[in-house]
Design a protein around this ligand. Sequence first.
Ligand code: CA
Length: 439
Amino acid sequence: MIELNETHQPELTSWVVSANDESSDFPIQNLPFAIFKRKDTAENFRAGVAIGEHIVDLKAAHKAGVFSMELTPLLKTLYKPRLNKFMSKGRAAWSALRLELSRALRSGSDAQAQLESCLVPQTHAEYKVPARIGDYTDFYTSINHATNVGKLFRPDNPLLPNYQWIPIGYHGRSSSIEVSGHGFHRPHGQLKAPDADTPKLAPCKRLDYELEVGIYIGSGNKLGHAIDLDQAEDHVFGLCVFNDWSARDIQAWEYQPLGPFLSKSFASTVSPWIVTMEALAPYRQAWSRPSDHPQPLPYLESHDNRNAGAVDMHLEVLLQTAKMKADGVAAERVALSNFNQSYWTISQMVAHHSVNGCNLKPGDFFGSGTQSGTSPDSVGALLEATEGGKNPITLSNGEKRTFLEDGDTVVLNGWCDSENAPRIGFGTAEATVLPAINT
Ligand code: CA
């Protein structure tokens, strides 16, 4: 686990004035990474760090002589259009850069004059998926979600017996992960009504969002060598907000016996920013397992994991329909949840994933699975909120939704705050449902 250090001090302020606004996602204690360029230019994509309403262009900052000579090889990895090489360098390297950046961005820093010309306003930037994601694994770590969904598919047997022993996951599709701000067409697939004899190919009618945390692997492990639970977070670069769109009607017909396939592989959305595990240190919480539940096997059990395995990360879903957009009405909250309810921790996901010797690589990606609380306004998918489409939700303007309609925009937010640390945010993961093609 990462100890608190001078970069976490709550009283730190920045000479970038917008970073000192209490409502900013990006105070000086955050310093998340993205890959960006200026919109509508021929610039190359490159790495940046968010500060207030700006981005520090790390290549420009390096060239301006802001950093110490020892960081030169590390900084050159940040000229690249993806973060994989930087992610491979490991926790000590990420931390060394964070410390120098924190010092350079502080109020009164001598580096202000050199760094000012290296700032790009976020409103002028476009982003791309920050890593080349080789493999994407989708976990299922919210027991509330697993139970709610299980009840719909198997009323008598909602939670399968392996759930409380294994961080359940499956291999997802990385090619269709896109960065916030995109649109995607409603997918086609095989649909089969319960009373029909045969399926038909048609556009999905039960399109849903999934409120998830995205987890980027930093340094990997050698094939054949498992990662111990207490070293697991050394291999994790950071977290983002993640919408793993799902076609529930395609899923219902295809998911047995091998699990979801085309119902999940048509689109997923990441927020542009990756908040590092170091930045998240002040927001860690104890993780526990109810005493009447099975306790983890020894390879998934440790003092550190119990002590601070959970992350107190608020997660929010907002919905804006086409009508709301036309009427100038802002997106409306439909769910508020927290990652600290997760049945399994990030370390347990990493340790379990590698226990068979499977090698994780820099830039690999995990979805946490939909993070749902216990109350109706805290569930992270419409499937749960509407009890399988039976009870529509009603928005403030009177519109109803059982599942998503064309023109709906879904915005996910994530943030952390605590009594002893400022609010830090993850930026948004936003995308819009477009009509199915050929209809
Ligand atoms: Ca998922």
